[in-house]
Design a protein around this ligand. Sequence first.
Ligand code: ZN
Length: 335
Amino acid sequence: MRGVLTVFDGHNDTLTREDADAFATGREGGHVDLPRARRGGLGGGIFAAFTPTPGDPGIDGEPAPPVGQDTAAGLVSRTLGRLLKLEREGHVAIARGPGDLDAARAAGKLAAVAHIEGAEAIDPGLLALDVLQAAGLRSLGPVWSRPNTFAHGVPFAYPSSPDTGPGLTAAGTRLVRRCAELGIAIDLSHLNERGFWDVAKLELAPLIASHSGAHAICPASRNLTDAQLDAIGASGGLVGVVYAVVFVRPDGAEDPDTPLEAIAAHVRHVADRIGVEHVALGSDFDGATIPRQLGDAAGLPRLLEAIRAAGFGEDEMELIAWGNWRRVLEAAWGT
Ligand code: ZN
């Protein structure tokens, strides 16, 4: 008989949503809350804080302000504050080290890794980075899909190479080095290709793309070429395969009627290319259109069944669902 798989998920935007205060009791829509996490076997994940681009809908539905550092720092504080409140109230366990992941799993509590998606909240002198690390930050994407002080995010384009412009700035290199010293994982998912190689050549930590797909299947700018996958494998890192239909479907269409087999095909491709120990899950729950057949976090067992059907054994499924994230986060945190 098959055991029940617990999933660690590489990326969600849930706490940036306007109804995030209902996380513990259950939200009306969206993809993740505590009751649905329990039903679907979602045992842990990386929870993003995010600064919206001006003109886009902002956190709490307010119009997004300019992306100045002070504004971004305020928005990030509110999102991380929500996570700290959930911890204080006993609903989640913030994972600050690998032992916290194990303890939360053993206790049946949701393990949350604090992440910022785009480092606009951090000053070029990196003083705010120390504050955020002290508050529990353990994962950071230097950019979202736009340029900032540190790097150049990859714009959304299909079909397109991820090689869209310059890579890390000098401040970006300092940021990545300081994150390694502080035990903060670097997430490459929104970097363009040159930025990816700039981080890779520093050889500081296993390379992580928390919510991406395979460019060989879906040639979107956000996806990873086989050469990038090879570098991730060689570094001991991983790809969290994204569920966003626009990065999954070969035609790049935003069509929720996308079969779960389409996600499983990316898992299969990464495993075949660089080994099953380098592929995991990275939903983009509450940040993207995902297959209707999955629905939300409660539907995870259906996705796992589709991945299993792509030819993975139970030991491999455990690695994909939890073990690979556990190993790579420990290595990236340097603990
Ligand atoms: Zn993202």
